[in-house]
Structures are given as C-alpha cells and as structure tokens.
Ligand binder design. Structure first.
Ligand code: GDP
Length: 476
C-alpha cells in the first residue's frame, strides 16, 4: 500500500502517524482490520525460528541432559585502551605448552583455547581473541551469547578509566561474572590496592575485602600472576556457572570471525556451543552454507572434530558469514542451502526497506530539495572489524538535520560493484585494512566517488564525523 493511504487509514482509526514512524503491533492489527487484512507481526528472531522449524530444527536446544558434559569457560578480555588487553591475550596464549610441543605457529583466528591445571586436573579455557567490548556488544546485539566470563583488565599504574567502566557495565548488564586482572604490576608506581578501592564503587568488591569478585595482580610482560589468573577464571566458573553442554548432538554455535582467504576461500572461525562438529558435516552459518572440508585449530593443526567451547576454523563454506551469525549442522547439503537462500532473501528485503528514505510527510518537501544523508559502504578485512566499525559509526551523534546510513558492508577488497553502488550522491566508500581493485579505482576516479582507506578505527570515526559536520548547513 502507499504510505499516504496507510496514514489516512490510521488517521481514521484515530492515530496520528507520519509515513515512516513505526507503529505498535496493536495499531497494525487495527489497521489490518480496517483494510480487511489479518496482520501478524513477526520479529526477525521469530521468523528465523519458524524457518528452522520447517526443517525440524531448533537452535539453542540442549537436548537430553544425560548427554551433557562439562565444557571449558569462554572468556572475553575487556578494559581501557592501553591497559594491556592485547599483551595479556598474547601472554596467556603462550602458556599453552601443548601448543608449543605441537610446533605449529599460533595464528590469530579470533579465539584460542589453552590448557592449564587446577588442583591436579587438566582444564581448558577458551579466550576470544578480539579484546574490547565492541565485539562483545555486537555479538550480544545479534543474540549470540558467547562469553561466560569477562576478564576486566585495569592497569595498576593508571586506574579505572572510562572504558573500564563501560566494559564493566556491559558485563554486568549481561550478567556475566567478572574477574579483574590488575595488570602492569611490574611497573613503577603500580598501585593495585587503589584499583581494588576504585572498583568497589562499581560493585566489584575484592574477595579479600569481603566481596565475591576475584582480583588477580598480573604482569603481561613478566608473566607474573598468569597462572593465578587462569585459576581465578576456573574458580569463578565453578562457583558461579554450570558449564555443561551436549556433546552428542549435531553441532551448533556462533561465528567468531570470518574472512575470504586467497587460497582456501571463505574461512570462518566458529565456536562450537553444543554438539560435536565434524569434517564432512553440512552446515549453515547465517546466510552462508557448505560442507566442512577441514577443521583447523589455532595452531593450524587439522582436527577431526570439535566439541563445545572449542574454537575452530571451518573451511568449505561457499561464502563468508558475519561475526555473530549462528551456525548449525543439518542433515544434508540441500537443507543448508535452502536455509541460507531464505536468509539471504530476507537480508535483501531488509536492506531494501532500510534504504528507502525514512522521512516524515512534513519533511518531504524539504528533504526532496536537500538530501542531507550520508551513505556509507564499508569494506574490511574481516567481518568482526566491519561490524565494529559500523557499530562505532552508528554511535556518532548527529543532529536531526543529517543522517548516516550504511547501505552496504562486506568482507574483501572494494570491488567495481561497490563503486557502482556508490554512484549516487553523498556516498563514501570505506576500505578498512583493504584496498580497491584496479577496475574499482578506475571507476571511482572517473566518477569522482569518495573512497577512503583506514587501518585505525579512530581515524575512520573522526573523519566521518567531520564529513557529517560539513553537511550541516549554516542556519539563518
Ligand atoms: P590494549 O590497548 O589494552 O590492548 O593494550 P596493549 O596490550 O596494546 O598494551 C599497551 C601498552 O602497555 C603496550 O606498550 C604494552 O607493551 C604495555 N603493557 C601491557 N601490559 C604490560 C605489563 O604488564 N607491564 C608493562 N610494563 N607494560 C605492559
């Protein structure tokens, strides 16, 4: 129906709306009755659930409790910039003696698992290898609950900073237990007691102060305290969480990272959440599908199977899924393809809908005269960074007069078809850690398309912010 007609129909129902305003479900149903339709509002999650149900599949069902086994905790490291998240992740990665014996070079695949000992027992811990709360939040926003425990890194020579607070807010909102790593205790001027003191204000009270949060003094440089940190993670998991998962069923889980590899094609790092993933399995991950050709761990070693909490690289998909997509193993290739096709169609529809201008009727005239919308196309080297960048950009505060929209995003070099898409006013093409293909560069130069390259999140955000400000015309 035409927006104007719908607005009129709603007006008869006593509702004042504009052509782009969202209306609630009740109103929609009334509207349906008015025009003789039966309207049902379906959320994307419900729609996906229904889609899976048509194939007799459910995502997230743990199945029979007798098939449950203890699984390792999954940890995300968060904290203020420069407090040592990356360094700590590197230090922990190198505690893995087993890995060193295997001789493989550790690759950054988005997550890794280490083995440690607690009370004479061999235990494993999985670390998500992208520090910071951006990917944590992006994943949660997409419904993927991956993290069991947050390690909050605070530099002992600095103290609680804005991103420390932001990170702990995210963790607390998600009800994920926190272990505090008081880092850089090797440095002069380190004051670990001050950190404990400061964090009590945010409800994180150290055990030694009578609270229930474990604080561990560490140095990512001297490696002091690393074993204690690992122990604290396991003790916190044992005390607060019942980490068990079904190991018998077809595997399900989440895509942590994905990229297009020159030699191997689409490669996705997935975290198995339940079930056992095996070579030869047919799987669908978001709108990508394929059959598992090989499974590789973080050392590049081939695995036959992956059990819950095991991060593993999957080779064999026909396209690149997005970080945060869920995956599940299905009976046969045909089913995987059908589910992927249906999801692709839905994504296309949603993109088309969001590209249609959202303007109120009143603004229509003004908006037609002046298009004050900045459109972006984001290409990056992996889906995690693309999403982190998109998220950060969408958080830029803009005035009502201008708006920012991501009209397309993807993994890989900027292609000619990206530039084609950009051949409209006010489109900026962003290459994050990727360049444009030759033909694309030619076309962009010829048509005057604004293509910008970044490798640092901050500079991208700053420049886009500046571009938006530039669009604000002076008021008279
Ligand atoms: P991130 O931004 O939180 O990931 O921080 P980085 O891991 O990049 O660390 C920031 C800086 O602090 C780097 O120069 C590190 O070498 C340094 N650093 C990290 N951990 C320690 C530590 O335990 N002791 C000392 N002395 N320096 C550290």
């Amino acid at each position: 129906a035409q927006p104007a007609a719908l607005v009129t129909a709603l007006f008869h129902l006593g509702e004042m709306v504009t052509a782009t305003q969202s209306v609630n479900e009740d109103t929609l149903q009334l509207l349906g009755a008015e025009i003789g339709w039966n309207i049902e509002v379906v959320s994307p999650e419900d729609e996906d659930r229904e889609l899976l149900e048509t194939f007799d599949l459910t995502f997230g069902d743990e199945g029979d409790e007798e098939d449950w086994e203890t699984r390792p905790p999954v940890v995300t490291v968060m904290g203020h910039v420069d407090h040592g998240k990356t360094k700590l992740l590197d230090a922990v990665r190198n505690t893995n003696v087993v890995a060193r014996e295997a001789g493989g070079i550790t690759q950054h695949i988005g997550a890794y698992q280490i083995a440690t000992e607690l009370d004479g027992q061999e235990r494993a811990i999985t670390f998500i290898d992208t520090p910071g709360h951006e990917s944590f939040t992006a994943m949660r926003a997409r419904g993927a609950k991956v993290t069991d425990i947050v390690v909050l890194v605070v530099a002992a020579d600095d103290g609680v900073m804005p991103q420390t607070v932001e990170a702990l807010n995210h963790a607390q909102a998600a009800e994920v237990p926190i272990v505090v790593a008081v880092n850089k205790v090797d440095k002069e001027g380190a004051n670990p007691a001050k950190i404990r003191q400061q964090l009590t204000e945010y409800g994180l009270v150290a055990e030694e102060y009578g609270g229930d949060t474990m604080f561990v003094d560490v140095s990512a440089v001297t490696r002091q305290g690393l074993d204690d940190l690992l122990a604290a993670i396991l003790l916190t998991a044992d005390a607060a969480l019942d980490l068990r998962a079904n190991t018998e069923m077809d595997a399900q889980g989440v895509v942590i990272d994905a990229k297009l590899d020159r030699g191997r094609g689409p490669v996705a790092t997935v975290l198995v959440q339940r079930g056992t993933l095996r070579v030869g399995d047919s799987l669908v991950a978001g709108d990508a599908f394929g059959r598992v050709r090989s499974l590789l761990d973080e050392h590049g070693a081939k695995l036959k199977e992956a059990t819950p909490a095991r991060p593993v690289q999957v080779v064999g998909l026909t396209s690149v899924p997005r970080a945060g997509d869920t995956f599940l193993v299905v009976e046969e290739d045909r089913v995987a393809r059908q589910i992927a096709d249906r999801r692709q169609a839905r994504i296309r529809n949603a993109q088309n809908a969001s590209m249609r201008k959202r303007i109120s009727l009143e603004d229509l005239d003004a908006a037609l005269k002046e298009n004050r919308q900045l459109n972006l196309i984001i290409k990056g080297d992996n889906s995690g960074t693309v999403e982190a960048l998109e998220d950060a950009l969408m958080k830029i505060e803009v005035s009502d007069d201008v708006s920012l929209r991501v009209i397309h995003r993807g993994v890989g070099a900027i292609s000619k078809s990206d530039i084609d898409l950009a051949l409209a006013d006010d489109v900026i093409v962003i290459g994050f850690n990727v360049r444009a293909e030759g033909q694309a560069t030619e076309l962009a130069n010829r048509e005057g398309v604004d293509v910008r390259y970044y490798s640092v999140l901050y500079s991208a955000i700053e420049e886009i912010e500046a571009a938006l400000k530039g669009m604000l015309k002076p008021e008279f």
